[in-house]
Design a protein around this ligand. Structure first.
Ligand SMILES: Nc1ncnc2c1ncn2[C@@H]1O[C@H](COP(=O)(O)OP(=O)(O)OP(=O)(O)O)[C@@H](O)[C@H]1O
Ligand code: NI
Length: 308
């Protein structure tokens, strides 16, 4: 049994239109993802596909008007809000996408030290983490507003990597960092996975993520379309199962920059049937009839009736 198992996770936001009318917009549907001890699962997909929502659902920090359905199991048990309260920051840690999660009133060195739960000495762990990510020695004394965006991001990565967490959710940990620092940050995540942690690595930087990931979850319009092994992202992409995964792969600069025609649908205007069908070269009339189920295929999973 995997350490983290997310099954049929759906998220909707409620809104009041007038005094008594309440409407719900579904933004995530039947999402499926899993991560086991010792592995990095990269989560990729375009902007708005639900990657941060998943991270926030896992940490229990969705806004109050979010309605969550489906199951999240951690270490074999349902991850209830009460259980999360005890696990957050210790067994489950987040590298948030936004640097605004830093406490503006606390020196960043102290913030990182207070996150050390890996059994190490807090000061040593913090200094090692900063040195590894090439933060200057005096950075520890600064407040968040005295840091550049890139430095703040490195502090966030440091915080999560000293936590000793069994599950690390890194939501875009490396944008804007120079390649050497990106390499260090990802190597550290790899090291934590090798020591037994499960890591969800959410990233737009597919190329870098693939270098350290074992498996990849591909998100589209609020659902998982494929779970593949990282090795399937190779050559012309023909090992991949879902047409969107292949399109995403071929859109990378080194694979010819082939753009994907059309746009990801807005949550309020989702097509009937397969969410990718309107942009898919393989689509047939049957694709528009109902949402395809996730099915096992060649050691991975895909949500496409035509996938082979
Ligand atoms: N508080 C909210 N209220 C209503 N809709 C929301 C809210 N938060 C997110 N959404 C919607 O949920 C969808 C998924 O958003 P999410 O932030 O998870 O995308 P993402 O994959 O992380 O994108 P990015 O790559 O840009 O970070 C989007 O359509 C977004 O507009
Ligand atoms: Ni996001």
């Amino acid at each position: 049994m995997a350490l983290l198992e997310v099954d049929r996770l759906s998220v909707a936001f409620t809104r009041y239109d007038g005094a008594f009318r309440q409407s719900e917009t579904a933004v995530m549907h039947d999402l499926h993802v899993e991560a086991d001890r010792g592995e990095i699962v990269a989560v990729i997909g375009s902007s708005g596909s639900g990657k941060s929502l998943l991270a926030h659902a896992l940490l229990g920090i969705l806004p109050d008007n979010a309605v969550v359905r489906g199951t999240i199991r951690f270490d074999g048990e349902a991850l209830t809000p009460r259980r999360l309260e005890a696990l957050r920051g210790r067994d489950i840690a987040l590298v948030p996408q936004s640097v605004h999660y830093l406490d503006p009133l606390m020196r960043v060195g102290a913030q990182v030290r207070s996150a050390v739960h890996n059994g190490g000495d807090p000061v040593r762990e913090q200094r090692e983490a900063f040195a590894r990510l090439r933060l200057p020695a005096d950075a520890e004394k600064r407040y968040p507003h005295q840091l550049s965006g890139g430095m703040a991001r490195r502090v966030l990565v440091s915080t999560a990597t000293v936590s000793g967490a069994k599950l690390l959710v890194a939501d875009e940990p490396t944008p804007g960092l120079d390649p050497a620092v990106v390499g260090e940050a990802l190597a550290r995540l790899r090291q934590l996975a090798d020591e037994g942690a499960a890591v969800l690595l959410i990233s737009h930087d597919i190329e870098s993520a693939l270098r350290v990931a074992d498996r990849v979850a591909v998100f589209y319009a609020g659902t998982t379309v494929e779970l593949a092994s990282a090795a399937d992202f190779a050559g012309d992409g023909s090992q991949l199962r879902h047409p969107y995964s292949r399109a995403l792969w071929r859109a990378l600069p080194q694979n010819g920059f082939v753009p994907i025609a059309g746009f990801q649908p807005h949550p309020a205007e989702l097509p009937e049937g397969c969410l990718f069908a309107p942009r898919c070269g393989m689509a047939t009339a049957e694709c528009s009839r109902e949402r395809p189920a996730m099915r096992e295929l060649r050691g991975g999973k895909a949500r496409c009736i035509h996938a082979t």
